[in-house]
Design a protein. Sequence first.
Length: 201
Amino acid sequence: MSILPTEIQPPPGRRVDLSNSKLIGIIGAILHFFIPVIGVVLLAIAIYQLSRKLNRPSIWRNYLYHLVFGIVAYAAIILFIVGAVFSHAASSDPIRVLAGIAGGIIIGLILLLIALILLRRSYNELADVLKVSLFRTTADIYLVGIVLLLVGFITLIILVGAVVILIAMIIVLIAFVLQVVAFAEIPREVTVQQPSIPTST
């Protein structure tokens, strides 16, 4: 009797129902624009469910890291703005206040850029597994929008900075819409391959 593995048969697939995750994702993507906190929570639930059902833990892992960096980014922006306001109360130097606010926003946008790179990894894997290319497009457009926002705030001292910020906000808005469509295009069911198990004789 040989202990070496014989010919490995293609593993049978199992049908996985994604309809619930799809619905949660659509609602979360819509609320992400109108009520961000609730939208983010629902999106996180949808991504977590998809990651488990598709047996792709890296989808959720990258999305979770994205959330952490995103929260830190917004916290940094708020802290810098609050600090600048209190600084203005102690000192009537408006330039110092504006510099503090601008610095906080720039640092926050850099952290958001890292968060969106992680989101891109998560969405790219979703696009590959679910064959929904809009996830990849959504992540790319989000990334372009944040890069332009960062460039806009850095160059805000000149008029072109304000124009770049406006363009960036329009691009981010497009990404919000595409995210809704991407979740809507998720199939209700997919076949997930089981891991191959060598047999021996």
